[in-house]
Design a protein around this ligand. Structure first.
Ligand SMILES: Cc1ncc(COP(=O)(O)O)c(C=O)c1O
Length: 424
């Protein structure tokens, strides 16, 4: 395998050696320069939020414990001792956006996956003439709707958490569900899907191959919808709507976000949809005051490789001699979403790569110090805070707020969690 990209700028040698790196994005441009040229705009994010709102009565009916039918997580301050261990001596508060405990799905992928199933269900219901003036969306749980959905399949390729998110929502509405996964995806995630009544199809290759195979299998199927983790606008907008939730929570906590008070948001990145959607939404709301930092495993820095290459064709981590092997299963992705790279690439402040050892250390530290139950992928953000701030050299971050997005883990079986703790 060549150790340099076929063309475009070479990658930092440390990335090629699979060593932790802070890559400051040389292609970052101002939001004012980027946003007007994008195919998606603030109206799209607000339309997504409106759809979430329309479906709130249904979600409240189908799932216990939802506050007003909303799928959102708290924003909480880290205990000062833990924040201090992340940012020794540096001012600035560290907050956690607790999607590891997102209601219904226990992971950030629920924001996109649940949303896309709702969007599909709404289109089907509309086409079937089931939506009349005054129809309550809670009626989506009634027999005529369920009969319609039962004649349709929702399919998805997933490292696990998207499959679960899509599966839990689609099964609750009565759809058939098919989830395509690489054979080395976590067994407990496969078991959990089968328990929902989903069909799990295992593929011998990696996640990207599972997605590609499933996409082909479902092309032209009028009775099915394929949720495309690499290329779905609905997923992207489902994630983007989270920015409005965070904006509300920051305001309620009295946290200013403006040129003098930057908001640094640490987002674990797999294919890029979840962090990309969130970064897009936050940039719409806060402009250049938000600094999205994507975090990837040293063996699978697909977004870093894609953006550093500066090419408009896919570049994978295999192309540069990396092996995509990481305990962070949700981030074990060799090729980034081109939709995300093209849309959000110039808005990303930096990509930080972290070792698996660091993930397990932080997973342990966050359990001991803050009682956060994280899966390895979800600990990535914490491992990135110190290196990012150190690399920034303190530049204008003195009054920054740091938000670490924890992306999954609350549903981890005890044995899995204890094994992960033991590695920290
Ligand atoms: C726990 C967790 N964190 C982060 C991500 C990254 O999301 P994306 O693949 O959309 O970049 C995933 C993806 O499955 C995940 O499961």
């Amino acid at each position: 395998m060549p150790k340099t990209l076929p063309s475009g700028p070479a990658l930092p040698p440390a990335v090629l050696r699979a060593e932790p790196t802070v890559w400051r994005n040389p292609h970052r441009r101002s939001s004012a320069a980027v946003l007007p040229d994008l195919a998606l705009a603030e109206a799209d994010m607000r339309a997504a939020a409106a759809r979430w709102h329309r479906f709130a009565p249904l979600l409240a009916r189908l799932f216990d414990g939802l506050d007003g039918g909303r799928i959102d997580s708290p924003l909480t301050a880290l205990p000062p001792a833990v924040a201090e261990s992340m940012l020794p001596g540096a001012p600035g508060a560290v907050w956690v956006k607790a999607d590891h405990d997102l209601p219904v799905t226990g992971c950030i992928k629920g924001r996109g996956g649940v949303y896309e199933v709702l969007a599909y269900a709404e289109r089907l219901a509309e086409a079937a003439g089931l939506l009349r003036a005054g129809t309550s969306y809670a009626d989506f749980a009634t027999q005529p709707f369920r009969d319609l959905f039962a004649r349709h399949t929702v399919a998805v390729g997933s490292t696990g958490n998207l499959g679960f998110s899509v599966g839990v929502m689609a099964r609750a509405l009565g759809f058939a569900v098919e989830v395509h996964m690489s054979h080395d995806a976590k067994d407990w995630k496969k078991r959990r899907l089968r328990a929902l009544g989903a069909r799990v199809v295992e593929h011998p290759g990696d996640y990207g191959l599972a997605v590609a195979t499933a996409r082909d299998a479902f092309r032209d199927r009028a009775d099915a919808h394929f949720v495309d983790d690499e290329d779905s606008t609905d997923l992207f907008l489902g994630y983007a709507a989270a920015a409005l939730d965070l904006q509300r929570q920051l305001a309620a906590a009295g946290i200013a976000v403006d040129a003098g008070h930057p908001l640094v948001v640490y987002l674990p990145c797999g294919v890029g949809g979840a962090p990309g959607g969130v970064a897009f939404g936050l940039t719409l709301l806060f402009g250049d005051a938000v600094r999205p930092v994507f975090v990837e495993p040293v063996a699978a820095p697909c977004m870093l490789v894609q953006l550093a290459a500066g090419l408009d064709r896919p570049v994978s981590v295999y192309d540069v001699g990396l092996d995509n092997r990481t305990a962070a299963d949700g981030l074990a992705v060799a090729s980034a979403s081109m939709l995300v790279a093209r849309t959000v690439g110039p808005l990303i402040e930096a990509v930080v790569t972290v070792t698996d050892d660091a993930l397990f250390r932080w997973l342990r530290a966050l359990w001991d110090g803050a009682a956060l139950r994280l899966e390895p992928s979800a600990a990535a953000g914490f491992a990135a805070v110190g290196p990012f701030v150190a690399a920034a050299g303190g530049a204008d971050l003195g009054r920054a707020t740091h938000v670490v997005w924890t992306t999954g883990g609350a549903h981890l079986p005890d044995a899995e969690f204890e094994a992960a703790l033991a590695r920290g």
